[in-house]
Write a protein that binds this ligand. Structure first.
Ligand SMILES: Cc1cc2nc3c(=O)[nH]c(=O)nc-3n(C[C@H](O)[C@H](O)[C@H](O)COP(=O)(O)OP(=O)(O)OC[C@H]3O[C@@H](n4cnc5c(N)ncnc54)[C@H](O)[C@@H]3O)c2cc1C
Length: 350
């Protein structure tokens, strides 16, 4: 079998990048072992332009957020399914000072487009929001699991996906291309999340994986928005709620923990004055995060046919549409990547 690109991984990164390449007439083959606890399958899929403890505009928001809705709606059309749920985020104010600060921000042209209604009094009875809160725009969530399932079927039917383990020792490079078992390709792209650190090509990259736990619960309030302060609570179409997420860089092997569950439920109790009726699911995954919190894109320094598209960290949904475009421009037009994401920033470690 001959293809232009061999991609390792059909998580969010491999899915989005392969679609970019196929849309530009290129042939691809993906190799992936689907895992229930892969980062993409566990993720809540939230995209949120204003993040962090200080609630500032997320890195490159003005560029990234323009791509999100058009890109995923193309995939929705292709697969005749819904994956993207644009939904405002309601963020209750912590204090009068917090309220004042947001009032100030809403007048700032840098923020105006991302900020919706400001409430100076409680907006939702069951929410602990005595100082009111703010609605954020250009936010929502992607049902990543359904996207991966539907896109995976589409690839399988076209003979573009093999659900098996990729074994690097079966790869042979030659001038201008490579072979892998019966496959001949012009280039290979490692879009296999955290596993890329075990590759002989990319073990030099400073991955800094982050374990995260997430709950699916039943709870009485339906507010038509994502409620977010310290913890996010997403309302799913079936009426259940996703509650997330914890961050742990130290104990990566811990799995689902009572501590993680307790942390999420305590944060929820601070936010919403209603009991949790039932915990339906408790999941854990490891985010493919990086030491400098920027993605890993680029070409191996010694092998012209070996590439990586990785390091999407905690924000894959918002990073993937734009950076898959930069990546496909590198693969197809040899266009230079922006330096903050280019892996050549780490070539000194080789
Ligand atoms: C608890 C939690 C909550 C999160 N919430 C959000 C959120 O709300 N919003 C957001 O944007 N992001 C969120 N994320 C992060 C998000 O999951 C990632 O940014 C993104 O999904 C990473 O995708 P990926 O394809 O790079 O990696 P992965 O999802 O890890 O996919 C890699 C794929 O490669 C396959 N693979 C690896 N090695 C091999 C091999 N040798 N052979 C074959 N296949 C292989 C794996 O099985 C997997 O299918 C969350 C993550 C966690 C853990």
């Amino acid at each position: 079998m001959k293809v232009d690109f061999l991609l390792i991984g059909q998580g969010l990164a491999g899915t989005v990048l392969s679609y970019r390449l196929i849309s530009q007439g290129k042939s691809v083959l993906l190799i992936d072992t689907p895992r229930e606890n892969s980062s993409s399958r566990v993720a809540a899929g939230l995209y949120n332009p204003i993040t962090g403890r200080k609630m500032v505009k997320t890195w490159q928001a003005d560029i990234l957020f323009k791509e999100i809705e058009p890109f995923y709606s193309h995939l929705e059309k292709l697969l005749t399914s819904r994956f993207l749920y644009p939904t405002p985020i309601y963020r209750p104010f912590l204090s009068i000072e917090d309220q004042n600060e947001w009032m100030g921000k809403s007048a700032d042209p840098q923020y105006r487009d991302y900020l919706g209604e400001i409430h100076t009094q409680s907006k939702i009875e069951e929410v602990n929001d005595p100082y009111g809160g703010i609605l954020l725009n250009h936010s929502g969530y992607l049902d990543i699991g359904s996207l991966l399932d539907k896109y995976g079927i589409w690839l399988l039917e076209a003979g573009r996906l093999r659900q098996e383990l990729y074994e690097e020792d079966k790869l042979t490079l030659f001038e201008g291309g490579l072979t892998y078992k019966d496959v001949e390709a012009k280039a290979i792209v490692y879009a296999n999340g955290n596993q890329a650190k075990n590759s002989r090509f990319f073990s030099f990259l400073p991955f800094s994986p982050v374990r995260g736990e997430i709950l699916t619960i039943r709870q009485g309030l339906d507010s038509n928005c994502i409620i977010n302060r310290g913890v996010f609570r997403i309302e799913l179409p079936d009426g259940t709620k996703k509650l997330g997420a914890t961050y742990d860089r130290i104990d990566l092997e811990a799995g689902e923990t009572e501590k993680g569950k307790k942390e999420l439920l305590e944060k929820l109790a601070n936010l919403i004055n209603l009991p949790v009726d039932k915990i339906l699911k408790h999941q854990v995954g490891i985010r493919p995060a990086t030491r400098d919190r920027k993605p890993f894109l680029g070409k191996h320094p010694h092998h012209n046919q070996v590439y990586i598209f990785n390091g999407l960290g905690a924000k894959g949904v918002s990073l993937a549409p734009y950076f898959s475009k930069e990546m496909s421009d590198l693969l197809l037009k040899n266009r230079e990547l922006q330096k903050e994401v280019n892996i050549n920033r780490f070539f000194k470690y080789i």
